[in-house]
Design a protein around this ligand. Structure first.
Ligand code: NDP
Length: 331
């Protein structure tokens, strides 16, 4: 498959370019708003062409798919243009700044008949695939509650628009809560109904929240507690599921790397759970390739991206108003 990158981003240079190539993809071009930076980026990453004009990039008929990883406020317009040009789309999260925009993107892709995927990496991890299998097979019984620990320390190189630019989609809620919403939906197979939340700035956020805690009620009656932050150097990450027959404790699994450990505790004691250690992004790209070939579905599709955004928007509204908010998933 032949790709173009929309956005000369760090996530592309750190993970996605390598993952695309590992799945046999060719990267033909990259779009940057800054010609000189785009040229440097293309050179450093072995990409043949850098462009500053989106229409020009999309006019290349040899490009099959685009990976959109600009700042969040740009995803909507860029995705619509790429869909209109008939390209398959792998879009970064959050899909857009508003639910209406995200729905419009996914609807347009469906009408055009192109594949639309959301880059929610966590559901591709061997750890999360193992957790989901255990939950689905009934190993912990009826799930009563879940806890997500996703308080990290944002590295200095990432302390740009994420901590000071609300217009670009900054803040920990669009950055990390969307991933946690997707991960919980993936495991439980149901969508959060109502949320309460508190958010604030604890040392990094300038005009946007850098920390948030929220509680979500699920249709099954299960309750979810979720914590995201940019300011916690030593907290580590994790996710727990507690059921009537057992509890799952997974540590250091809310990351971009295939790391962590999972322990199942039940009436027979503690059991270490083995899991596959493949690259999360390569795995997602393999499924994307299959979806384009018509032999499967992307790991997270457009509807998954809409739903994770809907939960994040509800969490932010709940934190801002102090009220419980029913999650609006749109039409
Ligand atoms: P970056 O800040 O690295 O890139 C975003 C945009 O900022 C780029 O498109 C680029 O604009 C501009 N930019 C990048 N570096 C510089 C620089 N040195 N000077 C000036 N401008 C610069 O963002 P991330 O890679 O961290 O995130 C991009 C998107 O990917 C976001 O939507 C984010 O939420 C998502 N993301 C997803 C992850 C996942 O695991 N799914 C992980 C990390 C991010 P231009 O293209 O115009 O040159």
């Amino acid at each position: 498959m032949r790709w173009a990158l929309i956005g000369a981003s760090r996530i592309a240079s750190s993970y996605m370019i390598e993952a695309i190539r590992a799945q046999g993809g060719d990267i033909l071009s990259v779009l940057s708003s800054d010609a000189a930076r785009g040229e440097g980026y293309a050179r450093e990453n072995g990409i043949g062409r850098s462009l500053t004009d989106l229409d020009q990039l999309l006019a290349d008929d040899s490009v099959d798919a685009v990976y959109i990883s600009t700042t969040n406020e740009k995803h909507h317009a860029q995705a619509l243009a790429a869909i209109a040009a008939g390209k398959h789309i792998l879009c970064e999260k959050p899909l857009a700044m508003t639910l209406d925009d995200a729905c419009e993107m996914v609807r347009a892709a469906k009408e055009k008949g192109v594949v639309f995927a959301t880059n929610h990496h966590l559901r591709n991890a061997g750890s999360h695939l193992a957790i989901r299998d255990l939950i689905r097979s009934g190993r912990i019984g009826e799930v009563l509650s879940a806890r997500v620990f996703h308080a990290v320390h944002l590295p200095e190189v990432l302390q740009g628009w994420r901590i000071n630019d609300a217009a670009a989609g900054g803040g920990v809620i669009p950055d990390i809560t969307v991933h946690d919403a997707d991960t919980v939906r993936f495991h439980l197979g149901e969508d959060p109904q109502e949320v309460v939340a508190k958010a604030g700035a604890s040392g990094m956020g300038q005009g946007v929240e850098d920390s948030v805690m929220s509680v979500w009620s699920m249709p099954s009656g299960a309750m979810v507690e979720s914590h995201e932050s940019f300011t916690h150097p030593f907290a580590g990450t994790g996710i727990e599921f507690h059921g009537t027959k057992g509890s799952l404790f997974a540590r250091n699994v809310m990351t971009q790397e295939p790391t962590g450990e999972i322990v199942l505790v039940d009436a027979d004691g503690e059991h270490a759970i083995p899991f596959a250690k493949h690259n999360l992004y390569e795995y997602a790209l393999g499924l994307f390739k299959g979806a384009v070939a018509g032999t499967g579905a992307p790991s997270a599709d457009g509807v998954d991206g809409i739903k994770s955004l809907a939960v994040a928007l509800a969490v932010r509204e709940a934190a801002q108003t102090g009220q419980a908010v029913t999650v609006n998933y749109g039409g």
